[in-house]
Write a protein of this length. Structure first.
Length: 73
């Protein structure tokens, strides 16, 4: 499975769940707002396999519904 993942900065509450639980995908951009790691491609990164599954879990766990995951394959 492949997914496209991004973070809507306007919806992000800064709770830190995503980068605490999934640090291989997300990080704090410096002001407690989450972002997809640049080395993965930043917002709009295409992830597959285990990272895709983790991105889906992160989206389901996000209290602000700020993590956007679209299945592309």
């Amino acid at each position: 499975m492949k997914v496209k993942v991004s973070v809507d900065e306007d919806l992000c509450t800064g709770c830190g769940n995503c980068y605490d639980l999934y640090p291989e995908i997300f990080e704090d951009r410096g002001d407690e707002i989450s972002k997809v790691k640049d080395e993965l491609g930043g917002n709009g990164a295409i992830l597959e396999g285990e990272l895709a599954e983790k991105a889906i879990e992160a989206a389901e766990d996000c209290p602000g519904e700020a993590i956007i995951v679209k299945i592309i394959e």
